[in-house]
Design a protein around this ligand. Structure first.
Ligand SMILES: O=P(O)(O)OC[C@H]1O[C@H](OP(=O)(O)OP(=O)(O)O)[C@H](O)[C@@H]1O
Length: 212
């Protein structure tokens, strides 16, 4: 994905294939607000965006150069693992947030020699009417929480909603999230629900609208 026109074209294509705004946001790794804006800008949506504020305040993080190459993915995961090292004495479990967080968590877990679990958040069931049709869940194919300390891994934080939901779900299973790590934190949070967040990249908006 090279520029905004590519994103607009992709959003248009996905909308024409019948995907909801939530699904388009998931596919393009942008916020739902941005997905709506992209669809409207493409002319596929019913109501064109008439505001002249330059679009939503979101940043698209394309890390496919890392994600499509297992060697690069391994090294990125090793760097994330390094951020987590010494953040917990007895952590033997790493939870990856599906989908994109799962391969990263695999490399982090290997590097830190922990078990591997995955969590599928509720967002994947979003429809355009914002209804949630089922709860998030931990995959039975991987390690279970079993009251353990754990790390949480994802690719990006945009609003922090997904990471917050995952932390809550781990607590509900009796687990104790010790630290979170992501490739890019678009919100610049120090912690979520009191759990420290580490990121390889922090995206900081500079300008008069930076705190919007
Ligand atoms: O902080 P938030 O606003 O909750 O957004 C961050 C989430 O959005 C992305 O998931 P997405 O569903 O777009 O992609 P994925 O399913 O491929 O991981 C990303 O992987 C995070 O899980």
């Amino acid at each position: 994905m090279k520029n905004i026109d590519d994103l607009v074209d992709s959003a248009s294509d996905l909308a024409q294939r019948g995907l909801s705004k939530g699904e388009i946001a998931d596919e393009l790794n942008v916020s739902r607000e941005t997905a709506s804006w992209l669809v409207e800008r493409s002319g596929t949506g019913t109501e064109p965006d008439t505001s002249d504020d330059g679009g939503p305040h979101d940043i698209h993080v394309d890390w496919s150069a890392v994600g499509r190459d297992s060697n690069r993915l391994y090294h990125a995961g090793a760097a994330m693992a390094d951020l987590l090292s010494k953040k917990g004495d007895d952590v033997d479990l790493t939870i990856g947030i599906e989908k994109a967080g799962a391969p990263l968590a695999t490399t982090v877990a290997r590097e830190l020699e922990t078990d591997l679990g995955t969590y599928a958040p509720t967002k994947h069931q979003w429809d355009d009417d914002e209804s949630e049709t089922s709860d998030g869940s931990f995959s039975r194919n991987f390690a279970q929480i079993r009251d353990r300390d754990c790390y949480v891994v994802d690719d990006t934080i945009t609003s922090g909603k997904t990471m917050g939901e995952t932390i809550d779900a781990i607590h509900e299973q009796g687990g104790n999230p010790v630290a979170c790590v992501v490739l890019a934190d678009k919100r610049g949070v120090g912690d979520i629900r009191g759990v420290p967040v580490y990121s390889l990249l922090q995206v900081i908006r500079v300008g008069s609208d930076g705190d919007s």
